[in-house]
Design a binder for this molecule. Structure first.
Ligand code: ATR
Length: 325
């Protein structure tokens, strides 16, 4: 039997375990395809279904009522779900988001596999990240998962974000420093901030670099543009470059150099403008599918205790993406 075209012969019985996705919308999700393929491939007596729901509290009740074994959580419930769980692991608490719920005999435990999903492929590409200069573009949910994962690995973190307040907050929480978004590129067409804010955020960058205010803001006597050339790893966590804006990149290509590893969490398209520029500059690259697959693999392992074959997951997803085009 080809696993790329699984037969419709899941042996559903009275003892089949149910796993779910809760979110809104969910119709585009690859979760059901990937998890069911893995159950089938590995002979696990389970099914995975996607549920588009409006009320996460009722979703939680259904986990308890129906004995659902595990749940993937996506937009818009990753933060909302936390108050309804019995236990939340440390990393998910720090990130402020849960993407996986495990039902341990009625005790609901929340964790976050986005973090491992980003860190593992980067370590495969760049080796150990301890002590490396890492630039994270963005300060939203994905950036928080990447940043706290990098902090745990002992990386030296710089957050770059369009909205300075959010970027500075994440930099402080992760013992890193903040640089304003406008320093990363020379193409102002996609810097969506007003002139007044631009001049303000320059000041913040200088303050961030020079101050020793006890907030773990690094005291580096480097000008921001020089600093940018020092990064070993650069990760885009924003949606810039996503279809249909495929010619956009958050970083001017002059900042990319051959000793850098560049990761983009955008996977539609797979090769974003940032990754094209990075390849051209001789960087190691990690595409957005790698994070998606690693976080899904970590989730599958939490669900079943089995490490799934990641290359197979990638093949199945790539085939589906090609069919959709
Ligand atoms: P997610 O949970 O997927 O990370 P999010 O919480 O909405 O999504 O965060 C999106 C990130 O991308 C934010 O850091 C956002 O910057 P702001 O904090 O300034 O909103 C960033 N982002 C989104 N669109 C952007 C754009 N056109 N230019 C620059 N940054 C952008």
């Amino acid at each position: 039997m080809s696993v790329l075209a699984p037969k419709n012969d899941l042996s559903i019985s009275a003892t089949t375990n149910l796993y779910c996705l809760f979110g809104k919308p969910v119709s585009h999700s690859m979760g059901p395809l990937v998890h069911n393929m893995l159950f089938n491939h590995l002979g696990v007596n389970s099914v995975y279904l996607a549920f588009e729901i409006d009320d996460i509290k009722k979703g939680i009740e259904s986990i308890r009522t129906l004995g659902i074994k595990g749940v993937s959580v996506t937009i818009p419930f990753k933060a909302q779900i936390m108050e309804h769980l019995d236990k939340i692991d440390d990393m998910a608490s720090k990130i402020g988001a849960v993407n996986t719920v495990i039902n341990q005999n009625g005790h609901l435990w929340g964790c976050n596999t986005d973090c491992a999903g980003a860190i593992e492929p980067l370590k495969e590409a760049a080796g150990a990240v301890t002590g490396k200069n890492v630039c994270i573009i963005g300060a939203g949910g994905a950036a928080r998962a990447v940043a706290f994962g990098m902090k745990k690995e002992g990386a030296d973190i710089t957050i770059v974000n369009r909205t300075p307040e959010k970027g500075i907050q994440l930099a402080r929480q992760t013992g890193g420093q903040f640089l304003p978004y406008s320093f990363l590129n020379t193409d102002n067409s996609f810097v969506d901030i007003g002139d007044s804010l631009k001049s303000n955020d320059s000041v913040m960058a200088e303050d961030s670099l020079k101050s020793g205010d006890g907030d773990n803001v690094h005291k580096k006597n480097l000008l921001p543009k020089e600093l940018l050339h020092n990064f070993d790893i650069l990760i885009n966590t924003t949606s810039l470059g996503m279809t249909p804006n495929v010619d956009k990149s958050p970083v001017d290509s002059s900042f990319l150099h051959e000793n850098m590893t560049v990761m983009d969490i955008v996977y539609n398209p797979l090769k974003t403008q940032l990754l094209k520029d990075a390849e051209h500059a001789g960087c190691q690259t990690v595409d957005g599918l790698a994070m998606f697959i690693h976080q899904g693999a970590a989730q599958f392992e939490l669900f079943t205790g089995v490490k799934p074959p990641r290359q197979l997951m990638r093949e199945v997803i790539l085939k589906k993406m090609a069919e959709k085009q």
